[in-house]
Design a binder for this molecule. Sequence first.
Ligand SMILES: [Zn+2]
Ligand SMILES: [Zn+2]
Length: 373
Amino acid sequence: MLIPTPVFFGAGEPHRMVDLEVAEPRTGEVRVRMAASGVCHSCLYAMDGEHAAIPVPIVLGDEGAGVVESVGPGVTSVSEGDHVVVSWAPGCGTCRPCRRGAPAICRRPSPFGRMRDGTTRLSAAGQEVFHYGPATNAPLTVLEERAVVPVHPAMPLDLAALIGCAVATGIGAVRTTAAVRVGDAVAVLGCGGVGASAVHGAQLAGAHPVIAVDVVPAKFEALRALGATHCVDARSDDVVGQILDLTDGGVDHAFVTTSAAPAFDTALRVLAPRGTAILVAGYPDGARVTFDPGHLLNGERRIVASKYGSSNPPVDFPDLVDLHLAGRLKLAEMVARRWRPDQMDEAYDALRSGAAGRGLIVFDPPPADERGR
Ligand SMILES: [Zn+2]
Ligand SMILES: [Zn+2]
C-alpha cells in the first residue's frame, strides 16, 4: 500500500512527503491508521543532531493514537477496528524490568529505527525507510503488538495521542515515580508538554502549592488552567528565592522537565530537607549536570530518575483515558494547535521556538475547525 508520508532526511534538511510502501504486519505486529501524532521534543533532538546519529531516511513521531487497520498472525490483545494509544516503549516483554511492568527500562529493546527482527516495514522505491520508535508521524504504520494499548472508543483520538508520551511521562512522574501526596509542595521546572502534564498531575494528586517555572510567560495562563497555583518566570531574578518564599523553605518534589542548563541545579536548591528532585527530561547525548553535594547531604535530599513516567502502558493508558472521560484529566487545554502532515517542519519549528502548548499532527480527514487554514 503506497501512502504519502512525511519523511526526515537528516539534520538541516526539510521534511519531504514521500509515497511509502507500508508492508503487511508480520507475526506479533499490527498495522495502525494514525489519527493524530504529538509534536515531541525527543524528535526535535533527533532532528537537530543532538542525539547519536539516527539512521535516515526516517519517519519521526513517538506519540500517537489511531485505529487498528490489520493484525499479523498471533496477535491476541487487539483486533481490526480497535482504538489504540501508541506506546514508544513496548519492551521485549520477557526481561526482568518488563516482567515487573517497567518496559521503558527494558534490557533488550528493539534495534533503533527497525522492528525487533532487524527489518523495517516502511520503504520507498525498494529502499528501506527507518522509524523513530513507533513512527507516529506516518498516517499508516506497523507496530509491535505490545506498542499498542486498546482504549475506550469514546475517547477522542486526537487527544488520546498525548497520552502516549507527554501525559504518560509527566503524570506518571508525579503519580508513579514520586508518589506525590495531598498537601505536598511541588515545583515543575520547564513546562513543555511533559512539564504541563506534571503540573496537572500535581493538581490531580492534591499537591499544594504547585509552582510552574518556565522561560515563556505566555504559557502561564494555560498552566494555571492545568493546576499551577503559582508561576515563576525562569528568566526573572532569584528564581530559587522566589520558590523558597512560596513554600516556607522548599518543595517536597522538584520535577526537572527541561534539559535547559539551570533547571537541574535550581531543582536541588529549591528542595526542602528530605525533598526529591525527579529527573524527567530527556537530555541531549553527552550532557552533564552539576550540583552541590553538600547541599544534598545536609538535607538528605534525593535525586531519582523517571523514564516515561515509570509507566506500565497497558495499565496506565486505559486509566488515563478513563480519567479524561470522567472529566478529571484535562487534555484539550494542553493543545496549542493542529497541523497537517505536510506542515511537519513548521510544527517542529514552533516547538523549537518555545511556543506554548502541544502541537498535534492530525491526519486525514482534518478536523472541521482546521480546514482551509
Ligand atoms: Zn515523546
Ligand atoms: Zn524487556
